[in-house]
Design a protein around this ligand. Structure first.
Ligand SMILES: Cc1cc2nc3c(=O)[nH]c(=O)nc-3n(C[C@H](O)[C@H](O)[C@H](O)COP(=O)(O)OP(=O)(O)OC[C@H]3O[C@@H](n4cnc5c(N)ncnc54)[C@H](O)[C@@H]3O)c2cc1C
Length: 468
């Protein structure tokens, strides 16, 4: 008998609190039982991985949240071919750990090691190599998915390809993913050579992306406070897999994990009264420091450390920003990216909402139905949420969304909490939304699978779709 509890759960950005039932499933049969029980009680259901989406994708007010984090077995690992089959609750960090011991690595990974593989498929995550390796779903060989009628299906790019391409990136709204088979990537060692290249403006950052397009990974940090001629100044981190390990043992002194968390906690408390001025000062120091030739590298760094944020940073973030943060990520065609990103930074500054941290990545199109990737770049901006100023911030971001749509851009369901159904349809296109809703009505006719995100972004479109 599955245990249910009633609880309140918060999204990762701490911007939304959801009161729901929670039940943890350990097997496919338990997922089936949970679906049947929820149906009996008239409740909707949504799968929950590690809850690392910034949005309401894994929240379900008044419904059931199906926690799959206990389904965390690696079911099969073939180190000769780099093929791994996992349960959906296995974290991407665990995939990386097992694979790296045999010199393999996830070809696409987000920068949080805690995200589950089920969550990575359901949101079709991207990494710092998205312009060469695409999105997560492009490396999935097959999935098993439990449909709401109790059927267990195996889908792949060639078997039920249409459903496969719709499931990847469908935010848990078509079925529950119960296992995933991944093709991993061979790597020469567990290290990368990391160099940093400062750029005095957005134009220089884009030029560095162009010059370094043969790199394995690229990501730019942008100083949201820099204005005028230095608008968009930042640092591009360029990483390449190391052919051989040149320095043995740990590369830098690190405090034990518990001390790091304690330090981050107290650092967060001390810095809380000075968030804006502190970040402005730190940005300036980081940027100027990166211009010293001695600091530009390359330096050999463990691949794990170069890829994933240290968990202690999350502790610091939560203490520093107790009301949470609002994130906005615009995916924009290459030709429009320079002017649009400058406009996003400029308007944010003019309205008095300076983003605390901003990231640029390069992307390419992918074949999935609800794809958010474009041949171009994304800018992720993160703002401190101050409840009494939230309305103004939301107004600013909705205005920016209009600009992104006019530029032919798209949005990411894992990061944009303010996207409405009409903005979403205009960005991704009516045809994609209509095709998705047809599949939703076919595979989930009673709309058992729902989340707050579903009700925000899809439900109004479904009502219009059904009336036609
Ligand atoms: C610090 C940080 C850094 C990040 N960096 C990146 C990044 O670099 N690139 C990027 O693309 N994203 C990034 N993200 C976003 C994150 O990787 C995605 O939101 C990912 O989906 C989180 O996985 P999760 O297991 O926490 O899923 P959850 O947040 O728990 O769920 C996400 C969605 O997946 C669905 N889902 C989960 N499991 C299943 C399942 N078994 N079957 C069906 N549906 C399921 C849920 O219903 C929900 O709709 C980052 C997030 C954080 C917090």
């Amino acid at each position: 008998m599955l245990a249910w509890r009633q609880s309140a759960i918060v999204n990762w950005s701490m911007t939304e609190r959801s009161s729901c039932y929670i039940c943890q499933a350990r097997t496919v049969d338990e997922i089936r039982q949970a679906l049947t029980a929820a149906r009996g009680r008239g409740l909707s259901v949504i799968a929950h991985g590690a809850g690392h989406s910034y949005t309401d994708a894994a929240l379900n007010n008044g419904g059931l949240l199906l926690d799959l984090s206990a389904m965390r077995r690696v079911l099969a690992w073939d180190p000769a071919r780099g093929i791994m089959r996992v349960e959906p609750g296995v974290s991407i960090g665990e995939v990386a750990r097992v694979a790296l011991a045999d010199r393999w690595w996830p070809p696409v990974t987000p920068s949080t090691a805690s995200a589950t593989v089920g969550g990575c498929v359901a949101m079709n995550v991207n990494g710092k190599n998205a312009w060469t390796h695409g999105s997560f779903g492009e490396h999935v060989l097959s999935l098993t998915v439990l449909l709401v009628d109790g059927q267990l299906l195996t889908v792949s790019p060639t078997q039920d390809g249409e459903l496969f391409r719709a499931l990847v990136g469908s935010a848990g709204l078509l079925g529950i993913i119960t296992s995933i088979t991944l093709q991993l990537r061979r790597v020469p060692s567990d290290r990368v050579e990391v160099s940093v290249r400062p750029g005095r403006s957005l134009r220089e950052l884009f030029q560095i992306f162009e010059d370094e397009q043969a790199a394995d990974y690229l990501e730019a940090w942008v100083d949201g406070f820099a204005a005028g001629r230095e608008l968009g100044r930042g640092i591009v981190t360029v990483s390449n897999h190391s052919e051989r390990v040149t320095s043995a043992g740990p590369l830098a002194f690190r405090l034990p994990e518990q001390s790091m968390h304690r330090l981050a906690h107290w650092g967060g408390i001390l810095c809380r009264p000075l968030v804006e001025s502190g970040v402005r000062g730190a940005n300036s120091i980081i940027y100027r420091g990166s211009r010293w030739p001695a600091r530009t590298g390359p330096r050999q760094t463990p691949l794990v450390r170069a890829t994933y944020y240290a968990p202690a940073l999350f502790t610091g973030y939560r203490v520093l920003l107790p009301a949470g943060s609002e994130t906005f990520q615009a995916f924009v065609p290459a030709t429009e990216a320079g002017s649009l990103f400058a406009e996003i930074l400029r308007r944010s500054q003019e309205h008095g909402y300076v983003p605390l941290w901003c990231i640029i990545k390069r992307h390419r199109r992918d074949p999935f139905l609800l794809s958010y990737q474009v041949d171009g770049f994304s800018l992720e901006v993160n703002y401190r949420l101050i409840p009494e100023r939230a309305q103004g911030l939301h107004q600013l971001l909705r205005g920016l969304m209009e600009l992104v749509i006019v530029a032919g851009g798209r949005f990411y369901l894992a990061k944009d909490s303010l996207l409405t159904h009409s903005l979403y349809r205009r960005s991704i296109g009516d045809a994609a939304v209509a095709a998705f809703l047809d599949l939703k009505l076919h595979y989930d006719p009673d709309l058992l699978l729902q989340s707050n995100l579903y009700r925000r972004v899809f439900q109004p479109s479904l009502q219009q779709h059904a009336e036609r």
